[in-house]
Design a protein around this ligand. Sequence first.
Ligand code: UDP
Ligand code: MG
Length: 320
Amino acid sequence: MAKKLITIIIPAYNEEEALPKCLQRITKLIDKETSHDFEVLLVDDGSKDKTVEIIKKKRQEDKRFSYVAFSRNFGKEIAIMAGLDYAKGDAVIFIDADLQDPPEVIPELIKYWEQGYDDVYAKRRSRKGESWLKKWTSKMYYRVLQKMSSVEIQKDTGDFRLLDCRCVNALKQMRETSRNSKSMFSWIGYKKKEVLYDRDPRVAGKTKWKYGRLIDLAIDGITSFTTSPLKVATYIAIPTTIMFIGYFIYAIVKAIITQIPVQAYQAIILLILFFAAVNIMLFGIVGEYLGRIFKESKSRPLYFVDEYNGKKETNEKESK
Ligand code: UDP
Ligand code: MG
């Protein structure tokens, strides 16, 4: 029986310092893992340093290594997507070029895949070499994202994971432009398995994230996943309406009891409250429709099938 092929996808952006070490360790690993065939797919995300040269040289030496080079920097999310498009394997594994995710965990991921899990994700037990600010922001971010969404999101999990080709085919059908892979991995579903590991510090080079971009990513994650921010208007409209009604009753009752007609300032407060409530409510309605258009415009498939008449669905038919 032919061995199954596994594609290891490595997005790399200006990683000339870390990449040689990374390739070395990956080569060592795939030499050792003889139970499967490997393809290592490097996605060069428009690097400006020697990253591409390093990759090309590796490809000449070892044909198990292949690469896709972007025309410019498109960001890690898109690099991951390109990796999925070009991967040939029966399963894919994402791993960062900076060796923060130790490749030595890969055999364990494969073990669970062979046991029938579709999405084996590595969960961080610890995060060495990261500032408390980064740890804290990422913790808060998970919390907010989870509150806002109906699908369960794995905590302390990055992109380091193994996906069966069924998941790959599913993800390939989600071609929206603002992507957040974390929430998409959750959204597609399938049998998930958690593996714990210690996240190492970067071997070389600096983090490619700037805080501004992290914030962009966080906002993307929330807005591409849920439309609940659009409901804010509706939530504000309700107390405003209650305030209006309350003050209205108060003004009328007071006028009757004291026999003094409703004062001009009271009328103004009433008018302001009334129109504020009407306005915000209309915004809420527009928001609801906008949310529906937004969901529709992503043209995601409605569902993915796990099994049909006892046969595992591969999701292949509709992909590109
Ligand atoms: N990366 C990328 N494009 C980018 C930024 C990062 O392909 O625009 C890659 C980078 O080369 C690395 C991975 O994404 O392999 C994770 O980046 P980094 O280690 O800088 O992020 P951190 O671990 O600090 O979150
Ligand atoms: Mg890193």
